[in-house]
Design a protein around this ligand. Structure first.
Ligand code: UD1
Ligand code: MG
Length: 462
């Protein structure tokens, strides 16, 4: 097998996105477009991968790190000029070179693999990956001669009315004989509607030399979607979501309504987990088996064990261990670590806090900056008062303790095991083992007070 090289073109300005964010960094299913391309390229294990970067170069480099080599294209003079920037690394090498744009996030490794194989079999100078598009607007069109052989590619802006009717498009992916590519790149000129050096022009140059040009037409047009504006970005998102959801379903996840379920590319979900409608699962979230991600939940970089029930809640950079449950309408914020079989009910917020196994936080509570042991009962409306306006303070609550409803724990407080806070207390001192803290005014009953109240005179209260 000949050596395989890959060049990813990612230096363009992305003018049509009208964005401050550099085009290839726009996310599709939570992952930058160029990252999708690199991820698929990595799967075919090429001998060498180089990404051409320009505008926003540093940001692309920060994102991709050492997964690829880089070539800098200082001025964006076109795709042929972009490829030329890799000449010092690749120019004299024997082998095959796959070129792919950084704005086509849907291509799969399987397609790249097939193109390499096809190219090698055909022994061609270049194999162009083409697709049939119902609406070919914006793409380069494949022009074939009378014998049906590819003769050139014409860009949208340079196409005649007749050429514009052609529905076979250039997907922007090619496999070149490496030597022939670099020998001919220098001959490309910029005499066209955009004044750019077009990579597809290498095709007609090779043709004029009598070299073999072949096209490999894809079955699945949706893979080749090029994202040049926000309309295409939303189409790419839709296609990617469909692909991701179907992969999870094939792996044994129930997705009740795939149309309203948004799962990022790197999310992992175990089998027999059920994902209900209107849910979003972002980032590097992992979810175990037999879980419920209920209606309207939002998970972002969450780590969820097995058998966890999440009902209409938001989990952000937090962990839930096996058998725990939350919701409806609760919020785990960063660094919440919820132990096994913990119950968190409705309207609770937990932040930067560890909650030990089997502890219950049933209703309307805020737990921030605290370490809670196991088997604790946190009553309704308990507030961990963690902030003095300047800094956050931490509290520790021992195992088997009981915090009565509507209590405030003014941090820092140490509550030892088996201690108790009476309902309605505002506690700001440590509580020893087996003690009960009551920190609330004593109740006084004023006997026969009724007649002294103005309301006792009103008809309504008689
Ligand atoms: C390109 C092809 C077109 C094809 C389409 C498929 C050319 C001239 N046209 O058009 O035939 O149908 O892709 O999606 O190649 N880039 C650079 N440096 C530059 C210019 C572009 O690195 O100077 C990069 C961009 O970042 C982008 C890629 O090359 O990732 C393609 O550029 P873009 O402007 O999107 O080309 P299209 O108009 O989509
Ligand atoms: Mg494009």
């Amino acid at each position: 097998m000949s050596n395989r090289y890959v060049i990813i073109l990612a230096a363009g300005k992305g003018t049509r996105m009208k964005s401050k964010l550099y085009k290839v960094l726009h996310p599709v299913a939570g992952k930058a477009m160029v990252d999708h391309v690199v991820t698929q390229v990595e799967k075919i294990k090429p001998d060498f991968v180089e990404t051409v970067i320009g505008t926003g170069a540093e940001k692309v480099r920060d994102l991709l790190g050492d997964r690829t080599k880089y070539a800098l294209q200082e001025e964006q003079l076109g795709t042929a000029h972009a490829v030329l920037q890799t000449e010092k690394d690749l120019g004299d090498k024997e082998g095959m070179t796959l070129i792919v744009n950084g704005d086509t996030p849907l291509f799969t490794a399987d397609t790249f693999e097939k193109l390499f194989t096809y190219h090698e079999k055909q022994n061609a100078a270049v194999s162009i990956l083409t697709a049939h598009a119902e609406d070919p607007f914006g793409y380069g069109r494949i022009i074939r001669d009378q014998k049906g052989n590819v003769s050139k590619i014409v860009e949208q802006k340079d196409a005649s009315d007749e050429e514009k009717l052609i529905q076979e498009i250039n997907t922007g992916v090619y496999c070149f004989d490496n030597k022939m590519l670099f020998e001919n790149l220098h001959s490309v000129n910029n005499e066209n509607a955009q004044g750019e050096y077009y990579l597809p022009d290498v095709v007609s140059i090779l043709k004029s030399q009598g070299e073999k040009i072949v096209a490999y037409q894809m079955d699945d047009l949706s893979e080749s979607l090029g994202v040049n504006d926000r309309v295409a970005l939303s189409q790419a998102e839709k296609l990617m979501q469909k692909r991701i959801n179907e992969a999870h379903m094939r792996d044994g996840v129930t997705i009740v309504d795939p149309e309203s379920t948004y799962i990022d590319a790197d999310v992992k979900i175990g089998n027999d987990t059920v994902v209900e409608p209107n849910t979003k699962i972002f980032g590097k979230t992992t979810i175990g088996s037999d879980c419920l991600v209920g209606l309207g939940s939002r998970l972002d970089n969450a780590t969820i064990g097995n058998g966890v029930n999440i009902i209409s809640s938001t989990i952000d950079s937090a962990v839930m261990h096996d058998g725990s449950d939350i919701g409806p309408n609760s919020h785990l914020r960063p660094k919440a670590d919820i132990g096994e079989e913990v119950h968190i009910g409705n309207f609770c917020e937990v932040k930067n806090a560890t909650v030990g196994a089997r502890t219950k936080i049933g209703h309307l509570s805020y737990v921030g900056d605290a370490t809670l042991g196991t088997d604790i009962n946190v009553g309704c409306g308990v507030v961990f008062v963690n902030y003095d306006g300047v800094q956050k303070w931490h509290s520790n609550i021992g195992d088997h303790s009981f915090i009565g409803s509507n209590s405030n724990i003014v941090a820092p407080v140490e509550m030892e095991d088996h201690s108790f806070i009476a309902a309605g207390s505002t506690v700001n001192k440590d509580i020893p083992k087996h003690a009960m803290a009551i920190a609330r005014p004593r109740q006084t009953n004023k006997e026969n007070y009724w007649d002294r109240l103005p309301l006792s005179k009103s008809e309504e209260w008689k």
